[in-house]
Design a protein. Structure first.
Length: 335
């Protein structure tokens, strides 16, 4: 019996069918000059962007062990949204307009139905963030990934005018900190969540709440950036509110947060009841805050007008100069 790549677990003809499927879908949202999926590399035309002193911004991320919950529930049509969101929400922290996205799917064995569902989510995430999916890679890796196991990675590129870049240098004394609500657990802390679920029974309804795809904030944030209404920002991911916020202010400034003002979502209250400390909750999860803005006090109402009520930013603290501590916490979380 002759050896072959297919017998070793890699099906090239099936992969070619997937590429054809992706190419057909991509024609709907990618102009010919912007990129062609299926080649060795993708192109993107930036000549018509009309951005003065343009700076390219890039980032990469994954979804983490949230993938395992998707596998357990056999629901794969939203995990791709998470992949796009984790990259795009990092990109807009700099004030960058998302341009394009690339994905990497590593899987034990290519199953067209499953992979198409994952890609459906990726396309939807790109639509929500108004960027283009212009390329990617799907790798069959039998022996590396167990049966039905897979992993995802994403890579995004954006652009911003040098004068519009958000960051520490624009932060001032008495700026306020606004919390933009999350829509759930997003894509951090799932190793702890899954560990808890093994000990404490969770209903399918609750598990689906945990699987809810990460909110993408790019549309609102870019409108605010264009109007020069944001000084600095933070995407609240691994490390929680405090660690991510400290990355967004200069060394000689402090953040003063009133924890009692944070609007905690029910999914986090469920986790908290399983004997998880406040400190651990704050370090591991967004606790209901998906994104933060540091802005001038006078601009708060104007900023709020750009959001629907469900995601309307609210004040949780302020910035002060020359304080001894980087973070000053007041009161406690209200569970």
């Amino acid at each position: 019996m002759q050896n072959s790549y297919k017998k070793s677990g890699v099906n090239i003809s099936l992969a070619n069918k997937l590429v054809k499927h992706i190419s057909n879908i991509s024609k709907k949202n990618v102009k010919k000059a912007e990129g062609v999926i299926g080649g060795f590399a993708s192109l993107y035309d930036i000549s018509n962007l009309n951005i003065k002193d343009p700076v390219i911004v890039s980032c990469t991320d994954g979804v983490g062990t949230k993938i395992e919950l998707a596998n357990e529930l056999k629901k794969f049509d939203t995990i791709g949204i998470d992949l796009v969101a984790m990259c795009i929400n990092d990109l807009i922290v700099q004030g960058a307009k998302p341009l394009f996205f690339l994905d990497y799917i590593a899987i034990d064995k290519l199953r067209l139905g499953k992979t198409k569902k994952i890609l459906k989510g990726i396309f939807k995430g790109c639509e929500q963030s108004k960027c283009k999916l212009i390329g990617g890679e799907t790798a069959e890796m039998p022996g590396v990934y167990g049966s039905n196991k897979f992993d995802l990675a994403g890579f995004s590129v954006g652009i911003v005018s040098k004068k519009k870049i958000l960051g520490k240098s624009k932060v001032n004394h008495n700026d306020v900190v606004l919390a933009i609500p999350s829509n759930g657990i997003h894509s951090n802390g799932f190793s702890l969540v899954r560990s808890i679920m093994k000990k404490k029974r969770a209903s399918k309804k609750l598990k689906l709440k945990f699987l809810k795809p990460t909110k993408i904030y790019s549309v609102e944030i870019l409108k605010l950036t264009e109007k020069n209404l944001i000084n600095s920002a933070a995407h609240i991911t691994g490390g929680g509110l405090i660690e991510n916020l400290t990355r967004s202010i200069p060394n000689h400034y402090s953040i003063n947060i009133d924890l009692s003002k944070i609007k905690i979502l029910d999914v986090f209250k469920w986790i908290k009841k399983t004997n998880v400390s406040d400190n651990e909750m704050m370090k591991t999860f967004n606790c209901g805050v998906g994104f933060c803005l540091i802005v001038k006090k006078k601009n708060v109402k104007k900023i709020q007008s750009y959001f629907e009520n469900k995601y309307k930013p609210y004040e949780i603290g302020y910035i002060s100069k020359n304080n001894a501590k980087k973070i000053n916490l007041k009161n406690s979380l209200k569970w």
